[in-house]
Structure formats: structure tokens, C-alpha cells
Design a protein around this ligand. Structure first.
Ligand code: ADP
Length: 161
């Protein structure tokens, strides 16, 4: 059983994340989308809300599940009997940080491999941060996130006003 862990903030999940998840689901027996607390990023959605948004987005993928984690990533990978960490690479700008993270995780646990996946070209400009910014300013994010994420953004931001 080959298990990959796809960690991130997913605040909220975008079509770019989903594209990476769908690609990973074809390569691995099981993919766990692992949502990190990431309080330092001051998330818009709570951990439980982000998990629910991810769960609904992956309902059509039988070998994908959503989970949350608060521990060190490599420890979480071991705990879930995973072999690999999936990370998405959008542009050269992602590379430096991701490279550092991958080597650090290898130092912490040599058995865990990091695999980089490239999304469909139309999603390379997408980030949760930009989606939130557009939604906050009243723009239509329908092309960038699943419909239920668009609704959740609308609800959350109308409350915040
Ligand atoms: P983090 O805070 O860990 O960067 P994110 O939720 O922003 O969490 O991203 C999780 C992972 O998904 C990262 O590897 C990031 O590079 C990747 N990712 C984010 N947006 C996209 C996208 N549009 N296409 C492909 N990968 C993406």
C-alpha cells in the first residue's frame, strides 16, 4: 500500500490544489490531504472548516481522504504509514522554499521522499492568498475554486464585514 501525504494550509482549497490531488491519486494507492493548523498565517477558515471544504472537494476520489495534523510533518507521515510527501510547484518562485523544506524533511527522516507535482498550466497563477483577495474585493472566484468553496468564501467574508 503506497500512501502519499499532501500537506498544506488549504485556506481554502483551490482548483490548483485539486488538480495536484487528482494527479497524485492516480499514482498512489492512498492520498491523505493533511491540513496544517498554521496559526502564524492567520487563516481565514478554521481547521475544521478547511477540512470540511477539502472533504467535499475530494468526494469523487475514492482513494483520497482529508485529515488535520498539528505535529511535525515527517512524524505525521510515519504515523499514517506514508512513504512520500507531495508538494505542488507553480513557478520558479516556489522552488527555493520547497527545496529547503524537502531537504530539511529528509534530514529529519530519511525514509520519507518528497515528490513535486506540476499543475495544469491554467492553475499555475493560482494561490489561496490571491483567491481570498479577489473574493474580499467582490470579484468572481468561480473559475478558481469548487462551487462550495466559493459559497463558503462569500458567507465568511459577508460575516467579516
Ligand atoms: P502552504 O502554506 O504549506 O504553502 P498551501 O495550501 O498554500 O500551503 O499549499 C499547499 C501545497 O500546494 C504547496 O506545495 C503549494 O506549493 C501547492 N499549491 C498551492 N497552490 C497551487 C496551485 N495553484 N497549483 C499547484 N500547487 C499548488
Amino acid at each position: 500500500m503506497r500512501t502519499a501525504i499532501y500537506p498544506g494550509s488549504f485556506d481554502p482549497l483551490t482548483n490548483g490544489h485539486l488538480d495536484v490531488i487528482e494527479r497524485a491519486a492516480k499514482l498512489f494507492d492512498r492520498v491523505v490531504v493533511a491540513i496544517a493548523i498554521n496559526e502564524s498565517k492567520n487563516p481565514l477558515f478554521s481547521l475544521a472548516e478547511r477540512r470540511e471544504l477539502v472533504s467535499r472537494s475530494v468526494e469523487h476520489l475514492k482513494n483520497v481522504e482529508a485529515d488535520t495534523f498539528t505535529s511535525l510533518l515527517v512524524d505525521y507521515v510515519e504515523q499514517r504509514s506514508g512513504q512520500a510527501i507531495i508538494r505542488g510547484l507553480r513557478a520558479v518562485s516556489d522552488f527555493e522554499f520547497e527545496f529547503q523544506l524537502a531537504l530539511m524533511n529528509r534530514k529529519l527522516n530519511e525514509r520519507v521522499e518528497t515528490i513535486f507535482m506540476v499543475p495544469k498550466d491554467t492553475y499555475t497563477f493560482l494561490s489561496s492568498r490571491i483567491v481570498k483577495e479577489i473574493a474580499r474585493l467582490g470579484g468572481d472566484v468561480g473559475a478558481f475554486v469548487p462551487p462550495h468553496v466559493k459559497e463558503a468564501l462569500k458567507k465568511k467574508l459577508s460575516k467579516a464585514r
